[in-house]
Design a protein around this ligand. Structure first.
Ligand code: HEC
Ligand code: HEC
Ligand code: HEC
Ligand code: HEC
Length: 210
């Protein structure tokens, strides 16, 4: 009897651990498994195990990518000097979020549904990124020093993982991207798929020393 009780407790314990460890993309804005074009799958519109699209720095990418040319952020006080056309993981986000490529356009499926036409429609950033937080530039100790109002990403804790820094937890090869603020898989279950809840501007204050 005692063994049975322990067995049941172990089972409950392990189920609890599994449900957190496997993340929460299910039911998020990025779960298209309920759509008739996704073959009932979650990952497929974005990733495929075989024969996907080969994009630099992209994890097994399956979605059609945008050919748009973007208007970049600029300001008199911006110190970053290598702001480029969105690349790496930001290009992947914009393959749906600039509104030029259909959400359901991926290998083996021609798309017809565009971002502004489903959900709230607010996810359409367009190709003018000059009114959005800059992405696709290097954020390193030198930039922090030059700016004076940024934490040093190589030593400032992100608060996301034990011992993790801004650089290790939020940057991609030392660069700021869309996924420096968002988790596409909704791992942290914050509003707007944020890496860090922005209550009290906590997300902003992780990098900006204001
Ligand atoms: C809406 C598009 C989208 C969906 C759906 C999606 N992903 Fe991703 N995934 C991305 C993007 C974009 C990246 C790169 C950005 C990043 O790593 O944060 C990524 C990165 C990854 C990575 C490499 C980085 C890491 O987090 O380990 C893995 C592995 C991955 N995805 C697996 C999956 C699996 C498995 C599913 C389905 C359960 C899935 N993804 C669903 C867009 C998606
Ligand atoms: C396969 C297409 C696709 C890709 C790729 C994709 N998204 Fe989305 N995303 C969507 C759709 C569709 C919605 C719902 C939009 C709406 O309601 O207007 C959405 C919603 C969101 C939202 C709003 C979530 C909320 O709860 O309010 C955020 C934030 C977001 N996406 C960020 C990203 C980021 C960052 C990436 C890349 C790391 C990315 N997305 C990649 C299709 C995509
Ligand atoms: C510096 C942090 C940061 C970066 C970088 C960033 N976002 Fe966001 N994003 C936010 C925050 C915070 C919100 C919450 C809603 C708001 O304040 O507009 C948000 C909201 C969104 C939404 C939901 C729109 C809405 O009005 O609900 C989408 C979609 C989105 N971001 C996509 C992207 C994409 C795509 C990129 C890269 C081109 C990106 N974000 C880069 C911080 C960021
Ligand atoms: C992952 C780190 C990170 C996060 C999180 C972040 N930022 Fe930034 N932000 C930067 C970096 C780096 C720059 C580039 C600064 C420069 O080059 O002068 C920047 C630039 C800016 C600028 C433009 C500065 C200028 O001189 O034109 C503003 C304004 C800004 N961020 C506000 C925000 C707000 C508001 C939030 C929260 C919603 C936020 N940031 C979140 C890293 C971050």
């Amino acid at each position: 009897m005692k063994r049975l009780v322990i067995g049941v407790l172990a089972l409950i314990g392990s189920t609890g651990i599994c449900s957190t460890a496997f993340g929460v993309i299910t039911g998020s804005d990025h779960d298209f498994s309920g759509s008739n074009w996704s073959s009932g799958q979650i990952c497929l519109p974005c990733h495929a195990p075989h024969n996907g699209t080969v994009i630099a720095d992209a994890p097994l990418w399956n979605h059609d990518v945008s050919e748009a040319s973007y208007t970049l952020y600029s300001s008199a006080t911006l110190d970053a000097d290598d702001l480029s056309q969105p690349a790496g993981v930001s290009k992947l986000c914009l393959s749906c979020h600039d509104g030029t490529v259909a959400i359901d356009a991926f290998t083996g499926h021609d798309g017809t549904i565009f971002i502004g036409t489903i959900g709230t429609g607010s996810g359409d950033l367009g190709s003018a990124l000059n009114n959005d937080h800059p992405v696709s530039f290097t954020y390193d100790s030198a930039l922090a020093t030059a700016d004076g109002g940024l934490w040093d990403p190589s030593s400032k804790s992100s608060g996301i993982t034990e011992g993790g820094t801004i650089d290790s937890d939020m940057l991609f090869a030392g660069r700021m991207e869309c996924a420096s603020c968002h988790d596409v898989h909704n791992k942290y279950e914050n509003t707007s798929l944020l890496l860090i809840d922005n209550d009290g501007s906590n997300l902003c204050l992780t990098c900006h020393n204001k």
